[in-house]
Each structure stands twice: as structure tokens, then as C-alpha cells.
Design a protein around this ligand. Structure first.
Ligand code: PMP
Length: 396
């Protein structure tokens, strides 16, 4: 009989020739269990998704309640569906006035696509500025504004009028002309570059550039949002409000959903000339919206957010070793910097063998990702760090 592993390799399109290939049977909280019963700590949350842990009972309950009522009813934007309405209201209540209107989609890439279209429509301009080593998604538009040439070159021609600037460099702004710039798209904390926080100076400069040149500031908080850095959204650390906020991943509590968020006035640009300026069949699926509201409530109301600085501190204080060159990041979005890809890979492989799942980054192969469910406890952090330190010692 053909095994699941064989079907996976032969009948499912592969994204690399070396998939992790763990065969997970169930998941609960911080833990994944494979088909042999082996237990793993998930230190990466399915890449910043399981922020409230796997199958949090309140998320599961919200999903079950919605399953009793309805699944898909109609394409986005036509019917008044309570799970969508309630999520939009929750977001509007917890975001600044300039971000009071949500457009729900299915993924991070789609949130970026919608945001770029909105910026072009609102400004009547065409250029998009983004930054080196940025990752914004894999659809054609999102790929076009990514900051890694290696990933892009095989797929050209991509979107025209994209200018890639250097992240965290304000010097380059002195001679910058933004006459035809619709928007500046930035991750306040770059994820796939290896967790590189923007400096406050850099984001303030971007805000001023946009204000002075009638262009929109778009924050990609697909990875840094939904509580991961200790605030609901990372922009709150910087006291800067973007014109458009893109979110996804952790907002769904494990269900697929994304959103681009702006002001009600701005969003009207997608309603007329042409009408239906952005449409989606499944965007804001009622089950995903119900799960998302439950996840946001958990983050906010059960003091998960307020515990994050102490958890970050514990990781930072335990992970002291000469092999760790630097610990970067904010909250529970951290990177351990090593000296080479070879050592990083050996450490990660050993961690996984010893029951701690972690990985590296798309554009940074000599650092290790630490982005566990935010529900991780002090004892679990100590256990995970012991496994990591042990792996570092093993590779010598
Ligand atoms: N932006 C950022 C910062 C991301 O980390 C990702 C996903 N890794 C995306 C966009 C794309 O999201 P998705 O895979 O849901 O399309």
C-alpha cells in the first residue's frame, strides 16, 4: 500500500526538494504530535500563525458555533454576515480612527495585492517603493514588491514601476523624488530578512515623506501583527499610524484569513469607477472571521499581551552562549544569529530531532527563528531553551 509520505511526495506539488516531512497527527497548545506519538514543541507557530496556540478551546468553540449556522453564503461584500461584521467592529474599536474600515481577504499576499491597488486608485500614481530583503508574498504583485532579486528574477517581467530602497537607511531619502509614487510599503519589523526591526527614525522619515508627497504609507504586519511583538500591532511601538495596514497569519487563530485596513473614506475608492474595484469569493469566510474574533479577544482580554515582555526577557537571558552572535527582534518574534548556514542547519536539525521545531528565514539562512505561540509558559520556555543550548553544545 502506498504511504501518506509517498502520496505527499508524488502527488502534492513540492516547494523544495527537502521538505521537513513531519507527519503530524494532532496538535494542542504548544505541542504537535506525530504519527509515532513523538511530541514536539512548536517554536515557530506554523510561521507566526498559531499565536494563541494550536486549537485553543475558545477558537475551536467559536468555529463550532459558526459551523452550526452557515459556511459560505455569498461573495465578499454583498450580504451582512455577523462574523464579518463583528470582526470588523472589534478591529475598528482597537485601531486608530484612520484604520476604521477592513477589507477581508484569504491570505497575506492578497492583503498586499488589495493594498497596492487601493494606493494606486487613491493617488492616481503608479510607482511603488519597497525595501531590500522585504517579503510580502508570492502572488505576482506581492512578489514584484519583494526585496530579494533571487526570488524574483525567474518570474520577470513583474509589475513595472517598483523601486527597491535600502531598509533602515534615511540618508537615501535626501534626493528622493516621489512625484509618481503611490505608496511606500514596509514591514515595521522585517520577518524573512531575519527579524530586523525598523528604527524609529526610519519609520518617522517614511511617514513624513508620505505626508509631504501625497503618497500612502502601507505597513505589512502580516508577520508582526496579532500580538506577536507584545502589542496588538507593531506600529504601536513606534507611535506611527500607517495609511493602510495589512494583516493575516496570526489573526485567524489557525484559520485562513487576511485583511487590508484603511479609513472608510479611503476604501470608497474601491467602490466606484469602476465599481467592484476589488472582489473576492471567499475573503472573510464566516468560519475564519469567527475564529479571528475569538483569537483577538484572547490576545487582548486574557492578558496574553502584557506577559510577552517577560517571556522575551526569559528567552534572551537563557539563550546566552558564545555561538549565539546576536538575538534580534521584539516580543516573541526573535532571531538567533549564528556564524554560518552549516552550523545553523545542524543546530536546527538537532533541535527538531530532540523535539523542538524551529527553522531559519527565507532571506537569512544563518539565523534561527523563535516565534512560539504567545501562550508558551515560563516552564516551556526553559525546556525549549535547554534543548536549543544542548543542540548548540552538540555541534561543538
Ligand atoms: N508578508 C509577510 C511579512 C509575510 O511574512 C508573509 C508570509 N510569510 C506574507 C506577507 C505573505 O503571506 P501569505 O503566505 O499568507 O500569502
Amino acid at each position: 500500500m502506498i504511504t501518506q509520505r509517498q502520496v505527499f511526495l508524488q502527488h502534492m506539488a513540492q516547494t523544495t526538494s527537502f521538505p521537513l516531512s513531519l507527519e503530524i497527527e494532532r496538535a494542542e497548545g504548544l505541542y504537535l504530535y506525530d504519527t509515532s506519538g513523538k511530541k514536539y514543541m512548536d517554536l515557530i507557530s506554523g510561521i507566526s500563525v498559531s499565536n494563541v496556540g494550536h486549537r485553543h478551546p475558545k477558537v475551536v468553540n467559536a468555529i463550532q458555533l459558526q459551523l452550526e449556522k452557515y459556511l459560505h453564503l455569498m461573495v465578499y461584500g454583498e450580504y451582512i454576515q455577523s462574523p464579518q461584521v463583528q470582526l470588523a467592529q472589534w478591529l475598528s474599536n482597537h485601531l486608530p480612527e484612520a484604520l476604521n474600515c477592513s477589507y477581508f481577504v484569504n491570505s497575506g499576499s492578497e492583503a498586499i495585492e488589495g493594498a497596492l491597488k487601493l494606493a494606486k486608485r487613491l493617488t492616481g500614481k503608479t510607482e511603488i517603493i519597497s525595501f531590500n530583503n522585504a517579503y510580502h508574498g508570492s502572488t505576482t504583485g506581492a512578489l514584484s514588491v519583494g526585496g530579494n532579486e533571487n526570488f524574483k528574477n525567474a518570474f520577470r517581467p513583474l509589475l513595472p514601476d517598483v523601486r527597491i530602497l535600502e531598509f533602515n537607511n534615511t540618508e537615501q531619502f535626501k534626493l528622493l523624488s516621489l512625484n509618481n509614487t503611490a505608496c511606500i510599503l514596509v514591514e515595521p519589523i522585517q520577518g524573512e530578512a531575519g527579524i530586523i526591526p525598523a528604527t524609529k527614525e526610519f519609520l518617522i522619515a517614511l511617514r513624513s515623506l508620505c505626508d509631504e508627497n501625497n503618497c500612502l504609507l502601507i505597513f505589512d504586519e502580516i508577520q508582526s501583527g496579532a500580538g506577536r511583538t507584545g502589542k496588538l500591532f507593531a506600529f504601536e511601538h513606534y507611535q506611527i499610524v500607517p495609511d493602510i495596514l495589512c494583516i493575516a497569519k496570526g489573526m485567524g487563530g489557525g484559520m485562513p484569513i487576511g485583511a487590508f485596513i484603511s479609513s472608510h473614506q479611503n476604501m470608497q475608492a474601491l467602490t466606484n469607477n469602476p465599481m467592484l474595484g476589488h472582489i473576492t469569493t471567499f475573503g472573510g469566510h464566516p468560519v475564519s472571521c469567527a475564529a479571528s474574533k475569538a483569537a483577538f479577544e484572547l490576545l487582548y482580554e486574557e492578558t496574553l499581551l502584557t506577559q510577552i515582555p517577560a517571556k522575551e526577557h526569559l528567552f534572551r537571558s537563557l539563550l546566552q552562549h558564545p555561538t549565539i552572535k546576536e538575538i534580534r527582534g521584539k516580543g516573541l518574534l526573535l532571531a538567533l544569529q549564528f556564524d554560518s548556514f552549516e552550523n545553523t542547519k545542524k543546530i536546527i536539525d538537532t533541535c527538531i530531532q530532540n523535539g523542538v521545531i524551529t527553522d531559519w528565514f527565507l532571506f537569512c539562512d544563518n539565523a534561527m527563528r523563535i516565534a512560539p505561540p504567545l501562550t508558551i509558559t515560563e516552564t516551556q520556555i526553559k525546556d525549549a531553551c535547554a534543548v536549543i543550548l544542548n543542540a548548540i553544545e552538540t555541534i561543538g
